[in-house]
Write a protein that binds this ligand. Structure first.
Ligand code: AMP
Length: 223
C-alpha cells in the first residue's frame, strides 16, 4: 500500500501514520523526522535544513525531492510506504508523480486530515517530545508522569524550536499558502480521502481520541 498523509502541522498525521505503518507493516517516511535527525547529526543536509526549519519555512524543493527519491529506492519500500509530511508543495507533488511513474508505481490513497486552527495551535504549543525515543507528550492532554522525563525510556523531554508560538503561526501560514493547493491536485487525480478530525472530537470538544481517528483512517483506506 502506497500512501500520502496530508494535513496541517498538528493535525495528527504523524501519530496516525506511525499506527498505520505498524498495522500494515510498511515504513513511515516522515521528512520532518529525517531532517531533525540530520540536524542532530550535523550533516551537510542538517546544517542546510536547520535555518529553514527554525523559521518555520520549507526546505528547498530540490533538496527534499532528492531525499525522497533516494529513500523510495530502499528495500523496505517494496511493499509500500506512507509519506508523512511530503509532498508539501505542488512542485514536490509533480516530482513525486513523475518518480512513481518512472518506477512503474502508483499511489493507493492520499489521506487528507483537517482540523480547525484553534486546536492545531493548542496541540502544537503544548507538544513535548522525548529527545531519545521521539515519543510525543502534551502538557495538557498527555503530560509525562515525571516532569521533563519520558515515561517510555527515561529520556529528556523538550519542546521543538518550531513548536514555539511565533514559529507555529508561520508554519500554518506556509501550510495554507504552499501545501493546501495539493488537496485540489490530488482530488483531481482522484486519490484523495478526507478525514475531517473536527467531526471526531470528544464530547467536550477539547481534543480527539487517537483510536477513534485511527478507526476512521482504516475505514477510508478500506472503504
Ligand atoms: P514536520 O515535522 O513535518 O512538521 O516538519 C518540520 C520542518 O521540516 C518543516 O517546518 C520544514 O521546515 C521541514 N520539512 C519537512 N518536510 C518538508 C518538505 N516536504 N518540504 C520542505 N520542508 C520540509
Amino acid at each position: 500500500m502506497r500512501l500520502i498523509f496530508l494535513g496541517p502541522p498538528g493535525a495528527g498525521k504523524g501519530t496516525q501514520s506511525e499506527l498505520i505503518s505498524k498495522k500494515f507493516n510498511i515504513p513511515q517516511i516522515a521528512t520532518g523526522d529525517i531532517l531533525r535527525q540530520a540536524v542532530k547529526n550535523q550533516t551537510e543536509l542538517g546544517v542546510l535544513a536547520k535555518k529553514y526549519m527554525d523559521e518555520g519555512k520549507l526546505v528547498p524543493d530540490d533538496v527534499i525531492i532528492n531525499l525522497i527519491k533516494g529513500r523510495l529506492l530502499g528495500d523496505d519500500c517494496q511493499m509500500g510506504f506512507i509519506l508523512d509530511g511530503f509532498p508539501r508543495t505542488v512542485a514536490q507533488a509533480e516530482a513525486l508523480t513523475i518518480t512513481l511513474k518512472e518506477m512503474g508505481l502508483s499511489l493507493d490513497a492520499v489521506v487528507n486530515f483537517s482540523l480547525k486552527d484553534e486546536l492545531l495551535i493548542k496541540r502544537l504549543c503544548g507538544r513535548r517530545v522525548c529527545k531519545s525515543c521521539g515519543y510525543n507528550f502534551h502538557v495538557y492532554y498527555q503530560p509525562p508522569k515525571e516532569e521533563s522525563k519520558c515515561d517510555k525510556c527515561g529520556g529528556e523531554i523538550y519542546q521543538r524550536d518550531d513548536d514555539k508560538e511565533e514559529v507555529i503561526n508561520r508554519r500554518l501560514k506556509v501550510y495554507k499558502e504552499q501545501t493546501y493547493p495539493l488537496i485540489d491536485y490530488y482530488r483531481q487525480i482522484g486519490s484523495l480521502k478526507d478525514v475531517n478530525v473536527n467531526h471526531l472530537l470528544k464530547d467536550d470538544e477539547t481534543d480527539t481520541d487517537v483510536e477513534v481517528v485511527l478507526a476512521k483512517v482504516i475505514d477510508v483506506l478500506e472503504g
